[in-house]
Design a protein around this ligand. Sequence first.
Ligand code: EPZ
Length: 450
Amino acid sequence: MFFLPAIAGERNRISKNAYNDNGETVHYQEVRRLEQIVINGGTPLQGSVRIHGAKNAVLPILAATVLADGVHTVKNCPRLSDVSITEEILKSLGAKTVRREDALVVDATGETGSFIPEKLMRKLRSSVVFMGAVLAKTGRVKISAPGGCELGPRPIDLHLKALSLLGAEIYEEHGYLELYAKRLTGCHIHLDFPSVGATENVMLAGVLAEGETVITNAAREPEICDLANFLNACGARVSGAGTSSIRIEGVRTLHPASYTVMPDRIAATTYLCAAAATGGEVTVTHMEPEHISAVLSVLSDCGCDITCGKNTVHLKAPEKLSACGAIRTMPYPGFPTDAQSLMLATLCVARGTGLITETIFESRFKPVPELSRMGAKISVSDRVAVIRGVDALWGAEVCAEDLRGGAALVIAGLCARGKTVIHNPCFLDRGYEALEENLAALGADIKRYR
Ligand code: EPZ
């Protein structure tokens, strides 16, 4: 199985680089497409879909398992490639993992390693939160810069500044970071930006620190609350998660826990946008409606009839969507950046002109050239996309280049007339469990060819 990053615009060449399962670069001059998703669009989605556990909650929670000796049970753990890579990282640190139905059992008993191989670090962004956890547990950690979807530069300066304030000595050479601290000392940390990852790293480092750590301007995402709930289930003392000010009272040791991960709010958003774009009627279950209030407000403004239950959202799309007012991505509880590409695709077939400003990442309009091949009328200037709605999109051959951009292409393919072929569907596997199967169960004509 190869990992082939696409270069949009080179139809018969996937890429001059490819990576094999060991994460090594394999140069290609001409590569036949290895995997593709084929969609024959135009069917309004109908039915209900159950939401899996949240990728962006389970990844830091799995990193947190190294903090406590013993056997953790992480329930509602989604089957995603990012989770598999995180399991590899855990094993490289000496832990054992085994899948038990919807749970992942992690045995973190015994000596915890302090070095994470570069080939694993490069494979996903959330590997960076192992830094705080491993440093807190072992007093040292050696990692390379993390990987993840290419959304523009993704520095970790906020992470490193915070860990340095907690007392870590930080050395950088040959592309590796080495951090040392006999025992971290709690302090007040103000984040210049409410970074999700930096907030998580400080929480993971602070739970075993000497004294109290207070994070101000902390990220308020629901995934932060889930991590805090898991840590407290392990005996930590974290309060204020979900607000801008989080307080962590350091303890000497933690114990393993059994915990159920929150539902994936971006997966829920994906199915709702697909229902809206195809003019369908779908109920999303096993989710938390209040986690996506900003998204539901926009979909309602676009003309969708939305009914929320305790753990469900029912959406009935209008005959034709209407472009809503300007959308700006913001830290939670604002409109989530991870929903930006999904909304971009949905607005392509809305009446009127939509406007989306991406304030979180520098380069998160990657699906635009691919959507344009499908007939979308989108113009991008810096961080602003203007979407002129068209009657209909047409099917085309397109390439996914990141997780949510790939999901946007799926949404476009579902509402397009004719056949769409999506290359590099491996990006989708990072964050969606059984995407094609779930969409097919909602009536879509979608299939993956290997
Ligand atoms: C998390 O990424 C999520 N990933 C992202 O989801 C999500 O888009 C993002 O939070 C924002 O909500 C995971 O949880 C695994 P940030 P993260 O630190 O932690 C800048 C998906 O599709 N920044 O909040 O990397 C950064 O460059 C993924 O599921 C610094 O400048 O996001 C970005 O512009 C994509 N210095 C902004 O802050 C730092 O030290 C937000 O980054 C850290 C971040």
